[in-house]
Design a protein around this ligand. Structure first.
Ligand SMILES: Cc1cc2nc3c(=O)[nH]c(=O)nc-3n(C[C@H](O)[C@H](O)[C@H](O)COP(=O)(O)O)c2cc1C
Length: 180
């Protein structure tokens, strides 16, 4: 994993892909699958939604940190399977043969097999709605991997893989933050 510019980290979340969230603090590090996410600012600031029915939620509330890992379409079966079991019962890194890598600022691990990883600090928890607000502190990318297409949940058990990229950068020039 190579460092990735923090000011561009939001570009991984902006398209709304299915993500993985790693946490630490239990007997072993854990991973959950999420698709209810949003970008709140270029800073970069993100939010996602989860609740106490998930084991990861306790770790997020207690340790106030996590890693957002960005999987690619070739990982979709594993990613969905990660979201179909609980870290309360199983060590998902072991079960799904994923490699935890030490992060720089948080105790939660990066996931080596993912395209990108974003180290995040929980800055707010809106309990009524299960919304966690996160500030990113570092971002990492595996530029060498061949498959770079992200995938997106429809919500009915089916998914959409990234397709053609269209550039409207000229029209958006005034709206894009510097360096993006
Ligand atoms: C495609 C997909 C998307 C999901 N999105 C969310 C989500 O946005 N929020 C949430 O709380 N759970 C979501 N889940 C469910 C959790 O990933 C699942 O409950 C997981 O097993 C929790 O793991 P844990 O108990 O180890 O924390 C999703 C699952 C899948 C398969």
């Amino acid at each position: 994993m190579k460092p990735f510019p923090l000011n561009k980290a939001f570009t991984f979340l902006e398209p709304g892909p299915v993500i993985l969230v790693s946490t630490a603090g239990g007997e072993y590090p854990n991973i959950m699958t999420l698709s209810w996410t949003m970008v709140l600012d270029f800073s970069p600031r993100f939010a996602f939604m989860t609740g106490p029915w998930n084991y990861s939620c306790q770790a997020l509330i207690k340790h106030r940190e996590c890693v957002i890992a960005i999987p690619t379409v070739d990982m979709s079966k594993t990613v969905v399977s990660i979201g179909a079991c609980s870290g309360a019962e199983v060590n998902k890194f072991e079960k799904f043969k994923l490699t935890p890598l030490k992060a720089e600022f948080v105790n939660a691990p990066l996931i080596k097999e993912c395209y990108a990883n974003i180290e995040c600090r929980v800055t707010d928890y809106i309990k009524n709605h299960g919304i966690f607000v996160l500030d990113a502190e570092a971002a990492w990318i595996d530029e060498k991997r061949k498959e770079k297409r992200l995938f997106h949940a429809i919500g009915d058990g089916r998914f959409i893989a990234d397709g053609e990229k269209i550039s409207h950068r000229k029209i958006m020039a005034a709206k894009l933050p510097e360096g993006v």
